[in-house]
Design a protein around this ligand. Structure first.
Ligand SMILES: [Zn+2]
Length: 89
């Protein structure tokens, strides 16, 4: 049977696959997903308690989660990341 792990070279594909994988698993198992992390697994930023409570087993801060989801939302008019041009570019 095929395992879930990709080769080392396919990191970004693996990340995307693991997210949808994880969602599918969460739905199918309906069991606790594990502990929420207090700090983002990606950037080590602190994850607000409200977020940890809202999303059991959360591993990423909002920024990293949105990046992985490919979501680009404006957050409260505060642009922490600087100009879009330097981002895109
Ligand atoms: Zn993060």
């Amino acid at each position: 049977m095929a395992g879930g792990w990709a080769k080392d070279g396919a990191v970004s594909e693996q990340i995307e696959a693991s997210i949808s994988d994880e969602l599918a698993r969460m739905k199918s198992r309906r069991a606790p997903v594990g502990e929420s992390l207090t700090h983002c697994a990606d950037c080590d930023e602190e994850i607000p308690e409200a977020r940890r409570v809202a999303i059991p087993g959360v591993k990423l801060c909002i920024d990293c989660q949105q990046e992985r989801d490919g979501v680009q939302r404006q957050r409260g008019g505060i642009n922490r990341r600087g100009s879009k041009d330097s981002q895109l570019k």
